[in-house]
Ligand binder design. Sequence first.
Ligand code: NCD
Length: 304
Amino acid sequence: MKSVLRTRRSLIDLDDIAEDELHEVFARATAFDRSRPEKRLSGVACVNLFFEPSTRTFTSFNLAEIRLGAELVNLTPKDLSYINKGETIEDTVVTLAAMGVSVLVIRHPEEGFPRSVAAHFDGHVVNAGDGTNAHPTQALLDLYTMLREFETLQGRTVAIVGDVLHSRVAHSLIAGLQRLSAGTVLVGPPAFVPEEYATEGVRVSRDLDAVLPSVDVVVLLRIQRERFAAMPLADEEYVARYRLNAERLALLPSQAVVMHPGPYNRGVELDESVLRFAGWRYAQQVVYGVSVRMAVLDFLVNGT
Ligand code: NCD
C-alpha cells in the first residue's frame, strides 16, 4: 500500500493513508513539536466547515492552519446558503474551489458526507468526524501519543472501553491499531461492544477488571447519548462495571497510560482519581493533536 494519501488527496478515513505515509506524518509532527515550522501553508486557503459542535477538534484545526500560515475561513451551517437557499452542497464546494479554496475540513452528523464532498471538490478534504463513522485525525493523534510513549505498538495491548458502537473515534482507532500491529481489546456491555467487532488482532471483553492487568493503554470513551434513544442498561450498572476509578487504576501495570479523546464525563466513564493519575495523557493528546493536524495538512498540500 503505497502513497494512498498522495493519490486520493483527501483524508476521510484510515484507509486513505498507507503505513509508510502514517510514519511520514508522525515524523513531521515530531519536527513540528520540536520547533515552530516555517509557514508551509502560506497562501493556501482553508475552509473549516463544522456542522456539529466541536471544541477540541475545531480549535486544533484552526491553530494548525494558523501556525502553518494558511488563509483561513470558518463556516457554520447558518452561513451556508446551500442549506436555506436551495443550493446543493456540490455547487457550494465548486464555488469555494473557484475562489481558490484548496483545503476543506469537514465535520458532519451524516456518515459519508465528507467522502461525497471530496468527490466534487478539486482540492483536499479532511474528515473532522462524520456521524458514527470515522474521525481519522483523532485516531492519528491517539496513535502518535501512544508511539511517543512506547516507540512501537507491536506487542502492546490497547483497551478501548465504553460506547464503541457509536464512536467514530473508536472506529478509526481500531483500524489504526490493526495497521500498527497492536493488540486491541474492546471492553463494554453487548449493546456498546457487539461481539461482531472481534476480528484479527481485536478481541471483545465484558470484564474490565480482568483486562486491566495486561494492558499498556486504556482509551476511555464517552457514552454518545445523542446517538441513541434510550440507555441500553442502567447508568448505575454501567458505572459499577466500567467506570475507571482508583481501585481499577491500581490493577494496571506500572507503565500503563490512560487516554480519552474528550469531552470526558466525570462520574460516568472516569472519576477524579483518573484526572490525577500519573499516567493520564489527555492533555498530551490535545497538545499532539495540533502538531499531527499540521503534519496531515502539510503532507496533503505539499507532499513529501
Ligand atoms: C469526539 C467526537 O466528536 O467524535 N471528540 C473529539 O473529536 N475529540 C468524541 C465524543 O464526542 O465523545
